[in-house]
Write a protein that binds this ligand. Structure first.
Ligand code: GUN
Length: 343
């Protein structure tokens, strides 16, 4: 089987380390003549030898946002200036949630999607949140509803998510959408944004998925579980590694594609990775770093500095999966708007 990280000729404009046999010969060789010949063949040798190519989520997300903006503009022209609308509901005052919500609203604005905002205090009751959701369900100007998670502990998250109208479930968390994601012969109306972003990164980086071994590290409802289902839909052979898995290193070493979403800083080490594997790192963990002004820095679930020495392609943190999540939310909202306008 070819390594999943074998280069495709039509990936995004990412500098990739050669992994083809002829490129390997160039790597072994030294001297300008080989470098020049490799460049003439479209192989970029400017990276330090042996390092994985970066999957630049920031650049890919920017390109997708442009595509979405163009579609929103066209939709508005065709429908008397009406644009898709997204309602974002936040309960409580978690700083991280507030930041995410602010970013989501800003991203909407940038592509011409109308955003509605509802903020409730930490002390709100579940019934009050349900009422807000019901209000947006009934609002024709709103095509997508997102309730920022986590909700305060006294609320039943499942009940709130299940209240969101199936046609407006742009997060893809409604049990019926998740159920359809899991079933052959069914398609969900929406796919959860972060896993959808992971698959999009793989596709746009020229990674062939059919027949490949994929390992997902983590089984959360938001990322790990739907990512595994999506990889299965893409004809991968999928294994999910979780907190009770025996010998995760041995299982990961079989993977052509690793999606790390365990929420544990730099847990996936170099000796977990098969040479040439493609690594998608969903983690964003703050670790103390007195050299930084903020006193901390963000790292992923993958030991990036060491893993990049054996992988063929890898997402950085930040700048990998992160920018894709919001982008996929915009994409789902656009899709929902198009369906509503076509009805
Ligand atoms: N909290 C963390 N990630 C997400 C997400 O993708 N959607 C929602 N609604 N809440 C989140």
């Amino acid at each position: 089987m070819n390594g999943a990280g074998r280069r495709a000729s039509s990936g995004p404009s990412i500098q990739k380390v050669p992994t083809k046999p002829r490129a390997a010969a160039f790597r072994r060789a030294s001297g300008a003549v080989f470098v020049a010949r490799a460049r003439a063949m479209g192989i970029n040798n400017s990276r330090p030898r042996g390092d994985a190519a970066l999957i630049d989520g920031k650049a890919i997300a920017a390109a997708i946002r442009e595509e979405i903006k163009a579609e929103v503009d066209a939709l508005k022209k065709a429908h008397d200036g009406r644009a898709p609308g997204l309602a974002v509901v936040i309960v409580g005052a978690r700083k991280d949630s507030q930041t995410y919500v602010r970013m989501k609203r800003k991203a909407c604005e940038e592509v011409g999607i109308v955003s509605f905002h509802k903020e409730l205090p930490e002390t709100a009751t579940e019934e009050e949140v349900l009422d807000v959701v019901r209000g947006f369900n009934a609002d024709d100007a709103c095509h997508g509803i997102l309730v920022q998670l986590p909700l305060p502990k006294h609320m039943n998250e499942e009940r709130v998510l299940a209240e969101i109208s199936l046609e407006k479930d742009v997060d893809g968390f409604h049990p019926e959408n998740i159920g359809k994601l899991a079933m052959k012969g069914h398609e969900p109306l929406f796919v959860p944004c972060t896993p959808k972003g992971c698959i999009e990164l793989l596709k746009r980086s020229g990674v062939e998925l059919a027949g490949k071994n994929a390992v997902v590290v983590g089984r959360s409802n938001i990322v790990g579980m739907p990512a595994a289902l999506l990889l299965m839909k893409a004809d991968c052979t999928v294994t999910v590694v979780h907190s009770k898995t025996k010998d995760p290193r041995r299982i990961c070493r079989e993977a052509d594609v690793v999606v790390a979403a365990c929420g544990s800083a730099e847990m996936v080490k170099r000796d977990w990775i098969k040479p040439g594997a493609v690594i998608i790192d969903v983690g964003t963990n703050g670790v103390d770093d007195p050299t930084k002004k903020a006193g901390y820095r963000l790292v992923g679930d993958v030991d990036f500095e060491n893993v990049k020495k054996v992988a063929s392609q890898i997402t950085p943190v930040p700048g990998g999966v992160g920018p894709m999540t919001i982008c996929m939310l915009l994409s789902n909202t656009l899709e929902s708007g198009k369906r509503a306008f076509a009805a």
